[in-house]
Design a protein around this ligand. Sequence first.
Ligand code: AP5
Ligand code: MG
Length: 213
Amino acid sequence: MIIVMLGAPGAGKGTQAAMICDKYDIPHVSTGDIFRANIKNGTELGKKAKAFMDEGKLVPDELTIELLLDRVSQDDCAKGYVLDGFPRTIPQAEVLTNALAKAGEKVDFAINVDVPDENIIKRMSGRRSCPKCGASYHVEFVPPKKEGICDVCGSELIQREDDKPETVKNRLSVYHDQTQPLIEYYEKAGALQAVDGTKDKDEVFADIVSILG
Ligand code: AP5
Ligand code: MG
């Protein structure tokens, strides 16, 4: 089962992807998390990616596509995976479609987590993330059991650099220009499913499970 999570920044892609991966026991492949891990480890890729991410711009396709294809060719992805944050441009989607077709595979579900722009800023300002395992929380809507501490791995939670209001505005406009066209792309491919992402996270998850079966 190959699943693509679509949706604006802060729509809840990461939150839902983690729940899907837990239930179906498949890996969670987040390009954003891979870039953040590279930034943390001070790699060349991390240095290049950081400059774009800090401004709310997309990391160029030439740095992103190879990285993703390499990740999904690893053994743990053999029975399926959830893509969170990839593809984000039509060229990325086309490369993915072609690479999968060569292996006789396709994206089975492209789940669009639909949240209007008005809700996004509030979600981003309250988000807290785990720098170690990538788990996502919200001080008001999805609080951790113990304030400031990750439920999953016990690490201290941080606020993401790109969650400043000015950067969030850029990320939203980049989303509308470059990523939103993927909704039509996957609709034409017959894979699109939409869920109302403004509901409570468990209700959104129940809607996704009823789609995946
Ligand atoms: P990435 O890490 O993918 O960020 P994003 O797409 O902007 O999305 P977010 O992670 O901010 O939001 P999310 O939808 O995962 O929401 P979450 O579940 O955390 O990318 C970061 C950057 O990396 C990009 O800007 C770009 O520069 C670069 N990049 C990554 N991939 C790339 C690619 N393929 N090509 C080029 N560049 C790439 O939820 C948000 C908040 O809401 C949390 O606080 C959460 O607890 C809360 N929440 C979740 N669900 C609910 C709910 N139902 N109700 C209330 N609150 C909720
Ligand atoms: Mg995310």
